[in-house]
Write a protein that binds this ligand. Structure first.
Ligand code: DAK
Length: 172
């Protein structure tokens, strides 16, 4: 089956995966996360591919978990359905280097997805943040652990407790 929410192509030895759900600012619905994981599987298994790049769109790398899909789920629903959890660490567990290329918004789970990659390159104007607190969640996809390790606890805690977003340049 053709993927609906991602594009995947080889550029030389680079396996390029582009999140492509622009109408929802690449919100990470279960289907998108599943398609992304399948694309990583394919490039990981392809001997012609040396490293992977994960990109988004111009307006958004990804604006977080899909709030519309998530809002009606109780904790138990999400737990029992493995809601987006099942493939959540797929980038981090990739056995080839995987680099996030970030433009526009990288918020919440979108930022966490980039944090799970092995390396990130962002344009200075990219907007990064963890707005979970604003909808009564905490950044449960790795944000509370990976962000402070990468940029230090002061700015990380500021972003976690305020929910504000800042230019990537300011976040470090
Ligand atoms: N989910 C669903 N739809 C979204 C979305 C999202 N996160 N973000 C944007 N969209 C949709 C909007 O609803 C709108 O759709 P229509 O109304 O046109 O149908 C379209 O994308 C364009 O968005 P806006 O009209 O809002 O565009 P603006 O330029 O005005 O604003 C914005 C851009 C990025 C500031 C704004 O869209 C925004 O604040 N978005 C929501 C950010 C957010 O709260 N993200 C979710 C945080 S919670 C887990 C792991 C991780 C997570 C959960 C579980 N497990 C392992 C279990 C992560 C949780 C989160 O990410």
């Amino acid at each position: 089956r053709m993927a609906e929410f991602i594009l995947s192509e080889k550029k030389g030895r680079v396996g390029l995966i582009t999140l492509n759900r622009p109408k929802a600012l690449n919100a990470l619905c279960a289907q998108l996360v599943e398609e992304m994981a399948a694309a990583i599987d394919a490039f990981e298994a392809d001997p012609e591919v040396g490293c992977l790049m994960l990109a988004g769109g111009e307006k958004a790398f990804a604006a977080g978990a899909d709030i519309k899909e998530m809002q009606s789920k109780s904790y138990m629903d999400a737990y029992m359905q493995d809601f987006i959890t099942v493939h959540w660490e797929r980038a981090a567990s990739c056995r080839k280097p995987i680099i996030a290329a970030v433009r526009g918004y990288a918020l919440g789970g979108g930022l966490e997805n980039a944090l799970g990659c092995h390396y990130r390159i962002a344009v200075a104007s990219a907007k990064v943040g963890l707005p979970e607190v604003l909808i009564g969640l905490l950044p449960g996809g790795g944000g509370t652990q990976r962000l402070p390790r990468l940029i230090g606890p002061k700015i990380a805690l500021d972003l976690i407790v305020s929910g504000r977003h800042v230019p990537a340049e300011e976040a470090g």
